[in-house]
Write a protein that binds this ligand. Structure first.
Ligand code: BV8
Ligand code: ZN
Length: 246
């Protein structure tokens, strides 16, 4: 049993609006490799070398193959206890929002009702010439990067390094964290910007901000509290504690 601080329990007991800022660590227990360390490597490429427009134009087949490789893992992955516990929060709090850096669709599969996908969704694609949208099923098995009927290259509908995030989604995420009663930052190294601005924005707005991670991250020092442990253990225990209180 994890001994949660009095402060955290007190903050939760009066909370109406709860926000979860999630990174790839929350999907690690679903078998999806995070971006850090060697597990983030694919054929000795780092994500930053593949998840950018220049790399795609230079070698569309290679970048496409990396996304197909990741889709295959994601399609056989299931939401884990951490995703499901976040959905459970909706039973105890009037407003629960998930703001995720992940493109793996697992919060949606877990049944969370309010999700902001800061970096897009790996199951969606579009043509870089005419913007026609395509579901991944259209070319599930093609390894070489598919072409649109207009002849344009088709790319995943995700935000690559060097690309701007969708402005309205990011603005909504900023407002959501600033007006929350409590923010959990779960499974993120908080290295990638501007997503890493959100926990800082919460703290700057006086919102109690709690990290859930198996190790300290870039922002641990500025957050109100750090809960060390796997999200698939910590978040379910938190829900058990809350359910016991209500
Ligand atoms: C932009 C979609 C404006 C694609 C992704 C120099 C300094 C600062 C910033 C920059 C810089 N140079 C460039 C930049 C900007 C750049 C950036 O931040 N770079 C970083 C590398 C320094 N950002 C951008 O380019 C962004 N756009 O800035 O636009 C602009 C415009 C033009 C020119 C310049 C700038 C766009 C960023 C979005 C990139 N797309 N994903 C895809 O997925 O294919 S990012 C991708 O990596 C993820 O989405 C995620 O955001 C990130 C990985 O971070 P995490 O999720 O935190 O995961 P990570 O693996 O790092 O860590 C896992 C954590 O989980 C660890 O802490 C681990 O301990 C923990 N963990 C593991 N297991 C568990 C666990 N925790 C709990 N339980 C467990 N079981
Ligand atoms: Zn097209």
């Amino acid at each position: 049993m994890i001994a949660f601080s009095e402060k955290l329990i007190e903050k939760l007991s009066g909370a109406q609006r709860v926000v979860f800022l999630t990174g790839s660590g929350i999907s690690a227990e679903s078998g999806i490799p995070t971006f850090r360390g060697n597990e983030g490597l694919w054929k000795n490429f780092r994500p930053e070398e593949l998840a950018n427009f220049k790399a795609f134009i230079k070698n569309p087949a290679r970048v496409w193959e990396w996304y197909q490789f990741r889709r295959d893992i994601i399609l056989s992955a299931k939401p884990n206890a951490g995703h499901l516990a976040i959905r459970e929060f909706e039973k105890f709090f009037p407003s629960v929002t998930v703001v995720t850096q992940n493109v793996d669709n697992l919060h949606r599969l877990a049944g969370s009702s309010n999700i902001l996908e800061l970096h897009g969704n790996i199951m969606k694609n579009y043509c870089i010439r005419c913007s026609k949208r395509y579901d991944f099923q259209t070319f599930e098995n093609s390894l070489s990067s598919p072409k649109c009927e207009c002849g344009g290259l088709i790319r995943p509908d995700v935000v690559w390094f060097g690309e701007n995030l969708n402005e309205s989604v990011f603005a909504e995420a900023e407002d959501t964290v600033a007006s929350a009663d409590i923010v959990f930052v779960a499974g993120s190294s908080n290295i990638v910007y501007p997503a890493a601005l959100l926990p800082q924005h919460a703290v700057n707005n006086g919102v109690y901000t709690v990290e859930i991670n198996i190790e300290r991250s870039e922002l641990s020092g500025v957050l109100d509290e750090v809960l060390l442990g796997p999200s698939g253990t910590v978040i379910p225990e938190l829900i058990k504690k809350i359910a016991g209180q209500k």
